[in-house]
Design a protein around this ligand. Structure first.
Ligand code: SF4
Length: 193
């Protein structure tokens, strides 16, 4: 029987894989302390549940991002949620018709806080090439957006880059941001209670 070969050079040591970096804190033998917001930020960052609101070709590109080749499970988000109440990342992908605007808004308002919005591709972000009477010229006309991904369609690497930006927001956001006046004003601007 042939032995399984290790491709490391004899002088190289195999390092233990790190699943996620620990947040800043104090570490000793058998204990680790950090602050509450950092622990919650870490958990939020690595357990985002996306709701794919896909209407056209960008949604197909997202399917390839979900596939094993790119593997979104690495980011703790292999569980797509088709229920707004069990998701915290709204991913809007594709051309959004004006008639679809209120539906998108309804989905957004049904999601519990904290929630984030990722606009994938030119159509969702700006209407794209469809500068017509029937197409919404950007989803930020109906809901607030946290991260935009450019492209028509964006490559999976760009989608992953956008997701990493959302993770950064989720990890570093103050626990009180959702109660802040700034956030309240933002929702008031969109006439969302
Ligand atoms: S941005 Fe391009 S690929 Fe994405 S939905 Fe619009 S036309 Fe399709």
């Amino acid at each position: 029987m042939s032995e399984k070969k290790d491709h490391l050079a004899p002088t190289q040591k195999r390092e233990k894989p790190t699943i996620v970096e620990p947040p800043p804190g104090t570490m000793g033998t058998g204990f680790f302390t950090t602050s509450m917001d950092k622990a919650i930020g870490l958990a939020r960052k690595n357990s985002l549940w996306p709701l794919p609101f896909a209407t056209s070709c960008c949604g197909i590109e997202f399917m390839s991002t979900m596939s094993s080749h790119y593997d979104l499970s690495r980011f703790g988000m292999e569980r797509l949620s088709f229920s707004p109440r069990q998701s915290d990342l709204l991913m809007v992908m594709g051309t959004i018709a004006k008639k679809m605007g209120p539906v998108l808004r309804e989905v957004y308002t049904q999601m519990a806080e904290p929630k984030w919005v990722l606009s994938m591709g030119a159509c969702a972000s700006s209407g794209g090439i469809f500068d017509s009477y029937s197409v919404l010229q950007g989803i930020d006309r109906v809901i607030p957006v946290d991260v935009y991904i450019p492209g028509c369609p964006p490559r999976p690497e760009q989608v992953i880059d956008g997701i990493l930006k959302i993770q950064e927001l989720a990890q570093n956001e103050s626990l009180r941001r959702r109660y802040s006046k700034e956030y309240e004003d933002l929702l008031t601007k969109y006439k969302i209670d």
